[in-house]
Write a protein that binds this ligand. Structure first.
Ligand SMILES: C[S@@+](CC[C@H](N)C(=O)[O-])C[C@H]1O[C@@H](n2cnc3c(N)ncnc32)[C@H](O)[C@@H]1O
Length: 278
């Protein structure tokens, strides 16, 4: 059987959508581009071309995996985030497009010494260091497997001399020093909300999703200690849940931060909060 790239993508989109997979068309296009070994936008331009037998079979295999709810990044082994491709495994959170907004926000001012708490794949820290050529940074995580993934990404992006990683329960293993920027996308999902998550999200490490408290536990722990590790006027930027703006603002206020500002995402929902140390 022969098929054009366009009709194969269309058929796969229908199958994925019928299975209740959100973003079916985008997933089908990304998976097709991986089979063709081209960028996703190029796959769209090749719609009229025919797939050969091997490509058709390979596309069928990856679509079957997606139908069994394996996340796209686990099928491919990577995720494109901000300006780079990150190696990912089931040990780390699949980097999200909304977290790119945190990178954009953090890049609004220059920084020299960055701390990324809960670094996961290292996507935030490495994106920041790639843009700030003279900066260096430390990424910490409580997961040893995540640290290994972040180190591999640092090496892949030739940032291993400026990006350091260590195992730490938030600040427990961070040497006393003053950072001018602290970033964190901590686990902030309330345990009661887990049942609403898609099967793909539930395949991600639980410690990346929830604090097993009330979704605010990580913010409280980080806010309590952060100023000891910040230069005067240094910035702290958190990613937050859509309904957590006022609650996290209150936590930061109580911990003595100033210039607290909730930043919405493109849908107008609370997405980040920034503040400065005193
Ligand atoms: C939401 S994920 C964010 C990963 C990555 N920064 C990103 O934005 O894609 C949260 C990360 O925090 C880590 N984490 C959870 N509890 C932690 C703790 N007590 N100390 C350090 N890291 C922790 C998790 O292992 C996970 O990698």
């Amino acid at each position: 059987m022969t098929k054009t790239i366009g009709s194969a993508v269309l058929d796969a989109t229908r199958q994925l959508a019928l299975a209740g997979i959100e973003g079916a068309h985008l997933d089908a296009r990304i998976l097709m581009s991986s089979v063709l070994k081209v960028a996703p936008h190029q796959a769209s331009l090749l719609g009229g071309n025919f797939l050969d037998k091997t490509q058709l079979e390979r596309f069928g295999e990856v679509i079957q995996k997606r139908l069994s709810r394996v996340p796209v990044s686990h099928i491919l082994g990577y995720r494109d985030f901000f300006e780079h491709r990150f190696f990912v495994t089931p040990d780390v959170l699949d980097p999200r497009p909304e977290t790119e907004l945190l990178v954009v926000e953090a890049l609004k001012e220059s920084c020299q010494n960055v701390l990324d708490l809960g670094t996961g794949s290292g996507c935030i820290l490495l994106s920041l260091l790639a843009k700030n050529l003279s900066a260096q940074g430390l990424g910490v995580d409580i997961s040893e497997a995540a640290i290994a993934v972040a180190r591999k990404n640092a090496k892949n992006l030739h940032l291993q001399n400026r990006a350091h990683f260590s195992l730490s329960n938030w600040f427990s293993n961070v040497e006393k020093q003053k950072f001018d920027l602290i970033v964190a996308n901590p686990p902030y999902i309330h345990p009661n909300q887990l049942e609403r998550l898609s099967p793909e999200v539930l395949k991600e490490p639980m410690m990346a999703l929830t604090d097993n408290e009330d979704g605010l536990g990580s913010f409280k722990k980080i806010a309590m200690s952060a100023q000891k590790f910040m230069a005067v006027g240094a910035r702290l930027v958190f990613e937050i849940g859509y309904d957590q703006g006022p609650l996290v603002a209150e936590i930061l206020n109580t911990s003595g931060f100033q210039d607290i500002r909730v930043v919405p995402d493109l849908n107008g929902c609370d997405r980040m909060i920034t503040c400065c140390s005193k």
